[in-house]
Design a protein around this ligand. Structure first.
Ligand code: URA
Length: 242
């Protein structure tokens, strides 16, 4: 049992102080009853609404964001018995990754057991934005970057438009760091796009998936999403879905 304002704050809905104000103003209901008493104790499975909005996660659903380290496969199992991203997360429920990052790619990876959200997030029509930082072996010209942003042919099909920016150039080592934002999720997409303009990716990191980042997580670390983030993901794809 936890104090109601703590449970509301932990859900990510608002701060504890704001939760106290909402309780005082009669905006909080527990199992259908308005409560105005501060500090009543609730269970995590009590049905809690704030301003009419449920702060409970869907029953049995879990959502994690992982900072995927290099050298781990994005899969739920591996016939060669290599460690998978799922092995990194202490969770009894069967979870799986949303989309795929290569063995040597690092960065943001969402894992869940929510099949509905997974399907919405990976469906191409929903255009979920993914931002990658790629270190490449060379310094592309302006024309090459324009080609990349307008779309290049990979596996016989043109990629949709991408945002491309040079972040850093190392003339001595003849390498550059590109920031590339795409909305598709094709196999080895970034590496193939870079190959299509004549270069090779040396290192690849996914910096953002939708609005999620791993800025406060070291490689291999993960955290649970809060209800606000889960709802925002649903809003994002359901809005695009209409
Ligand atoms: N594009 C790639 O080439 N690899 C990844 O892991 C992700 C996007």
């Amino acid at each position: 049992m936890e104090r109601i304002q703590k449970v509301i704050a932990q859900s990510g809905y608002c701060s504890r102080r704001k939760a106290e104000e909402l309780i005082k103003d009669g905006k909080v209901e527990v199992n259908g009853k308005t409560i105005t008493e501060m500090g009543i104790k609730v269970n995590y499975d009590d049905d809690i609404t704030v301003n009419g909005e449920s702060i409970n996660l869907k029953e049995d659903k879990v959502y994690y964001v992982l900072n995927k380290p290099r050298g781990i496969i994005t899969s739920t199992s591996d016939e060669k018995k290599r460690k998978t991203v799922v092995d990194l997360i202490k969770e009894e429920k069967r979870i799986y990754p949303v989309g795929r990052l290569d063995y040597d790619t690092t960065g943001v990876l969402l894992l869940t057991n929510d099949g509905e959200l997974t399907n919405l997030l990976i469906h191409p029509k929903n255009n979920v934005e993914k931002l990658y930082i790629a270190k490449i072996n060379g310094i592309p010209t302006k024309e090459e970057l324009i080609r990349l942003s307008k779309g290049v042919i990979i596996d016989g099909k043109k990629t949709s438009s991408a945002k491309v920016k040079i972040k850093r150039i190392n003339k001595k080592l003849n390498t550059s760091l590109l920031e590339i934002t795409i909305h598709e999720g094709r196999n080895h997409q970034i590496k193939k796009m870079i190959e299509a303009i004549g270069y090779e990716v040396i290192r690849l990191r996914r910096e953002r998936f939708a609005f999620l980042d791993v800025d406060n997580l070291k490689p291999g670390e993960y955290r649970k999403l809060n209800i606000k983030e889960v709802k925002s993901l649903y809003n994002l794809v359901q809005k695009n879905d209409k």
